[in-house]
Design a binder for this molecule. Structure first.
Ligand code: SF4
Length: 338
């Protein structure tokens, strides 16, 4: 985050920039890429990086997430303390490009067919999994397909449907309340402006950005629990409040990247970079990660920690996008089926 280390950090950062964070077209990190062309510089880079107070030497081994373990040669990652803003921007964008290759099918993991369904599903996703919401909303939207229907619903009947999502009484109030607000204030349409969305019951900035990004194509950063954890592990920011994280990360990327960046980061957090046991040994961006080693580094043990399609399991959506299915992803089972 700060300026370059005066005691040699410049050279290291320069070498690192070449070796690890070159801002060229996106390429998958592979053993070949990280070793073949950079061999003469590699030793010096690692040596210099070790001399830095908090230099991080990335993994001795890592693997692509689904494929069998592929060794990745060590690459020096500049100490974020000695990393210039330019170097941070390049490293952050490089990570995003790598993630785009790992998750070319990244998407919102809530099932929805229109903006009304998305805003309701996002409100319901508080304190539960997207899977549980996806298993619950088919019954809700079958009975109440429009804001007008849900606005006049019997709360007890809605509570019964929403029970599996937890906090079902509060959620019932929110979705009936927001439906009423949509009918009374917006002609039964979901508004496409942040300032209008956040006035709806149960809708905060996070929900609003999900809706803006995925139903209106307006760029937004979704700072959920995964996003917060990963950007801190990558030392993209030291901020801890969602609004400040959103601003700090927004400054590292062009606006047009914000929505897909959010999906990439959240996909990675759900599949590989878990809260308690990150699967570092199976992480394709390990060579770029200052937190490598926080989790399991043995490739075989790490591979067993992978979730959803990366672990060969069903995803969260009952109706995932075709790109997800084409990549070998499986739909989630309906409620009660698993
Ligand atoms: S902490 Fe581990 S799993 Fe997470 S991004 Fe870094 S290397 Fe990958």
């Amino acid at each position: 985050m700060g300026e370059q280390d005066p005691g040699g950090g410049k050279k290291t950062a320069k070498a690192t920039k070449k070796a690890a964070v070159e801002d060229g077209p996106a390429k998958r990190v592979t053993a070949k890429q990280t070793s073949a062309k950079k061999t003469p510089a590699k030793k010096a880079v690692v040596k210099k990086a070790a001399a830095l107070k908090k230099a991080v030497v990335a993994p001795k081994k890592a693997a692509a997430p689904v494929k069998k373990a592929t060794p990745v040669k060590p690459v020096a990652v500049a100490s974020p303390r000695s990393e210039s803003h330019t170097a941070l921007v390049r490293r952050a964008r490089r990570i995003n490009r790598e993630l785009a290759e790992v998750y070319p099918y990244a998407h919102p993991e809530l099932d929805f067919e229109n903006s009304f369904q998305l805003v309701v599903a996002t409100v319901l996703s508080a304190q539960t999994t997207d899977l549980r919401v996806n298993q619950t909303t088919p019954a809700l939207f079958a009975k109440y397909p429009t804001p007008e229907d849900l606005a006049v619903a019997d709360p007890e009947e809605v509570e019964e449907i929403l029970r599996p999502t937890g906090f079902f009484r509060a959620k019932t109030k929110s979705v009936i309340g927001l439906s009423k607000a949509l009918v009374e204030n917006f002609g039964g349409e979901v508004p496409g402006r942040l300032e209008d969305l956040v006035k709806l019951p149960g809708v905060g900035r996070k929900t609003a950005f999900v809706v803006l990004g995925n139903a209106f194509g307006r760029p937004g950063i979704t700072v959920d629990t995964h996003f917060q954890r990963l950007v801190r592990r990558w030392q993209w920011t030291t901020e801890t409040e969602p609004d400040k994280i959103e601003a700090a990360i927004g400054a590292l990327f062009p606006k047009s990247d914000w929505t897909m960046l959010s999906h990439h980061v959240i996909f990675h957090g759900r599949r590989i970079c878990h809260a308690r046991k990150p699967a570092c040994g199976a992480c394709p961006i390990a060579p770029l990660c200052p937190a490598y080693g926080e989790g399991e580094t043995d490739p075989d043990k790490a591979a067993k920690l992978l979730k959803y399609e990366k672990g060969g399991f069903p995803g969260q959506r009952l109706k995932p996008p075709q790109a997800y299915l084409d990549a070998g992803g499986k739909p989630a089972p309906p409620l009660g089926a698993g």
